[in-house]
Design a protein around this ligand. Structure first.
Ligand code: GCW
Length: 650
């Protein structure tokens, strides 16, 4: 039977070398023959070198791969050394060893054979997590890749696909997965009841073999919804003891459980505010219940008023996360990690970096990214997010520390997964690069985007220079193009309401979500400077000054921070209105060029991949033209200013 899913970058094909000798794997000391590292090495070597005889431990073999576990390394670290005669992979634990095996395999494939390697790697971030927004009924919130492969009709599914999933994650170093939606609905409320323990235990055990901890999104009001208590007040001793008992039962029943992910007081989810408590009270209560088992609470900072009045220009959603959490710095227990979205609003194609990263100096934090392309083309448009993630991690907060970048401040990163049960996992093959790249960046953030993509292309599609060059061009230019033909200069939210696909410049203008562009006939943008909502003041100087004035604010964020007339001259020398017109035309042209390049790859890609890409590019071009014409018409009609170049603006 044909597999129902692609193996993605783990589709090991024979190497194009002549090796007729014998191969041996030698397991030293504590390395168990049945651990994932050894099984992965066998899988890889027998596929890459199918003609070679593979044995265990034979000293006479012409190439020997020695596996070892060394006490002096961190548990997830590995060292890798290799030459023409063999390789030694040393892990700090079986997990570190597994990462070393994947790195070694990657090297064999990208180098096209045995080479010299000498390297020691420790993951930059201890927590490297994927957050699934999968619902118990099998649907996925903001899922663009089919249905859930974890759940169907309230049941937890474990299949060979689950094993391949674990291998994919481990191969890029992801070590945690929250399997259910942060909006905990339907049967998911009951995941923390005995009904689900047996399956959760199987899943947790399976994932743990590949170094991945299982996380569950939980309902903050579970003491009521599950426990039947009258309250979920975090300071109520009955609530505290309910969670303690629940934690004891859960951690006893489910192997590999890492802890909880919580969305509280956000978009209708229950939280501590209902009882007049704050988010430290809420998070710490849960953290104390699971602390004895080494559990962690990943607590989201996506807290804002989603019932705002659009007439109110003083309340600013961008300030909400900061105002909620900055005053609580230092109050969170050690096993709480605050998960902060990369920007202060919500995963737009361009936002400033969240000011909480700089200010939470005494709290464990993790950055949250969204691989699911909710606002970035829904996996119908190509939009490679790797350069964006790199930019955010490298962002200097100026918070007075010697090491002051986002990467220096966080101890983890999480990404909303873009996966589903589609054949290629991510709906679009090109979206697979985001999943791959996210994991690689959490492990080795200094890797250039181009190198990560180069690696992903080689592993996924094989070594073909022309193919690589074209795909790199498409992927590396894709975010720019998307940004250019959609929303200008950091403005955000000109999409259609609810599903967030396609243009609707006033779709969110008179709504309750706090997402306004304030466009009128003279000007556009939100004044978030000191004379406006004051958001720019939440950054440390010099950023607060830079962002606070239209003279210094970088062009790409201008309309996020400032309200400026259409005749305002940008740093590029163009007027704002002309920039809007030009970038929309240019972005569409870039997308057309990507589609042309893709079509030229017919024959170099598997047919199914090629056809799927063609369909998606067709849709991207259709939608990009809509964006261009509607956004340009919108600003043209409001401003009455013609295009200098005389193009048709409708
Ligand atoms: O942007 C919003 C999404 C919601 C999502 C929420 C969140 C899971 O539109 O679908 O809910 O963000 O991040 O919690």
């Amino acid at each position: 039977m044909e597999a129902a899913y692609s193996k993605l970058w783990l589709d090991y094909k024979p190497l194009d070398i002549t090796f007729s000798g014998s191969l041996a794997i030698r397991c030293l000391k504590g390395v168990r023959r049945d651990c994932a590292a050894v099984s992965e090495l066998i899988t890889a070597l027998s596929a890459l070198l199918p003609q070679a005889e593979l044995t265990f431990g034979a000293d006479s073999a012409s190439y020997i791969v020695e596996l070892d576990i060394g006490g002096y390394l961190g548990p997830e670290d590995y060292t890798l050394s290799a030459d023409e005669r063999g390789a030694t992979i040393l892990g700090g634990s079986e997990t570190g060893l597994l990462y070393g095996v994947f790195a070694y395999t990657r090297e064999l494939i990208t180098e096209g054979g045995f080479t010299r390697i000498s390297r020691r790697v420790s993951p930059a971030l201890p927590l490297r997590m994927l957050d699934h927004w999968d619902n118990a009924d099998g649907s996925i919130e903001r899922g663009y890749s089919g249905s859930s492969f974890f759940f169907k009709n309230g049941e937890l599914i474990i299949s060979d696909r689950t094993v391949h999933y674990a291998r994919l994650l481990a191969s890029v170093g992801i070590n945690a997965a929250a399997i259910n939606n942060v909006n905990v609905r339907g049967d998911a409320v009951r995941f923390i009841t005995p009904d689900y323990y047996r399956k959760l235990d199987m899943l947790g055990d399976l994932l743990e073999r590949w170094g991945i901890k299982l996380y569950l999104s939980v309902d903050f009001s579970a003491p009521m919804s599950v426990g039947g208590l009258p309250s979920a007040d975090p300071l109520d001793p009955r609530v505290q003891s309910w969670w303690k008992d629940k934690a004891a039962e859960l951690f006893r029943s489910v192997r590999g459980l890492g802890g909880f992910l919580v969305k509280a007081d956000s978009e209708g989810q229950p939280g501590p505010y209902a009882y007049g408590r704050d988010h430290a009270d809420g998070a710490n209560m849960l953290a104390r219940a699971i602390q004895p088992y080494g559990g962690k609470v990943i607590w989201r900072c996506f807290v804002y008023n989603c019932s705002q009045n659009w007439r109110d220009t003083r309340t600013d959603r961008a300030c909400a996360g900061y105002n909620t959490f900055a005053p609580l710095d230092g109050r969170f227990d050690d096993n709480v990690i605050l998960q902060i979205k990369n920007g202060p609003m919500d995963f737009q194609i361009r936002e400033p970096v969240h000011p909480l990263f700089g200010v939470m100096k005494q709290t464990n934090t993790a950055a949250e990214f969204q691989l699911a392309q909710e606002y970035t083309g829904q996996q119908l448009h190509v939009c490679c997010l790797i350069p964006m993630i790199k930019e955010i991690l490298a962002f200097k907060t100026y918070n007075g520390r010697d090491k002051d970048t986002v990467l220096d401040m966080i101890s983890g990163a999480a990404a909303v997964s873009n996966t589903g049960d589609s054949f290629c996992w991510t709906g679009s093959e090109l979206a697979g690069a985001n999943l791959y790249g996210f994991g690689r960046l959490c492990f080795e953030p200094s890797l250039p985007a181009e190198d990560i993509l180069d690696e992903w292309i080689s592993l996924t599609f094989g070594q073909n220079e022309e193919l690589k060059e074209k795909l790199l061009f498409i992927l590396l230019g894709s975010r720019d193009a998307y940004e250019s033909y959609t929303v200008p200069l950091g403005l955000g939210w000109m999409c259609k309401p609810n599903h967030h696909y396609g243009p609707d410049p006033w779709g969110y203008e008179f709504d309750r979500w706090g997402t306004y562009n304030r466009a009128d006939r003279d000007a556009v943008g939100v004044d978030r400077g000191p004379g406006g909502t004051g958001y720019s003041e939440l950054y440390y100087p010099p950023l607060s000054d830079i962002y606070g004035s239209a003279d210094t604010c970088p062009d790409e964020l201008l309309l996020f921070f400032c309200r400026v007339p259409y005749t305002h001259v940008l740093k590029s020398g163009k007027t704002l209105i002309q920039h809007i017109y030009d970038s929309h035309f240019e972005g569409c042209e870039q997308a057309e060029e990507f589609a042309r390049l893709w079509r030229s790859l017919e024959g170099s890609l598997p047919e199914q991949v090629f056809k799927n890409g063609c369909e998606r590019f067709r849709e991207q071009l259709r939608c990009a033209a809509e964006w261009r014409d509607i956004v340009n018409a919108f600003f043209h009609r409001l401003s009455g200013i013609p295009d200098e170049k005389g193009r048709k603006l409708y």
